[in-house]
Design a protein. Structure first.
Length: 119
């Protein structure tokens, strides 16, 4: 019983952070998704010691362990997009490929320049 209450309280902390970030983004039209802002805020709270790891450890561990289940709805929805993938599959693949390669290449070039400066 105590572990269930602990889990619920820890989940409430995570939901509270997300809800506050969601309200902030809605009210201010902040150009960042609420879930990303929530992760940044949670990271800052953890680094500052305001929220201890023990305060969210069991709920966060549970959600991470079962993260794959949150993507089932997305996978099922993609089945309805079959004709779109058939019609535009090559263009989508090229867009994904190029948008992946350019950042990798850019970071690689920058790191090589930074590493030359250290030697």
């Amino acid at each position: 019983m105590a572990s269930a209450v602990t889990f619920l309280l820890q989940s409430a902390v995570l939901v509270l952070i997300y809800t506050l970030c969601s309200l902030f983004v809605t009210w201010t039209h902040f150009p960042l998704p609420a879930n990303v802002l929530g992760l940044i805020i949670l990271f800052c709270l953890l680094c500052a010691g305001i929220v201890k790891e023990e305060h969210i450890q069991s709920a966060a561990g549970f959600f991470l362990k079962h993260l794959v289940f949150f993507f089932i709805a997305v996978a099922v929805e993609l089945i309805d997009w079959g004709t779109t993938f058939y019609d535009y599959g090559l263009i989508l693949f090229l867009a994904l490929f190029v948008s992946t390669i350019i950042p990798y290449y850019s970071v690689g070039v920058m790191m090589q320049k930074f590493m030359k400066g250290k030697n």
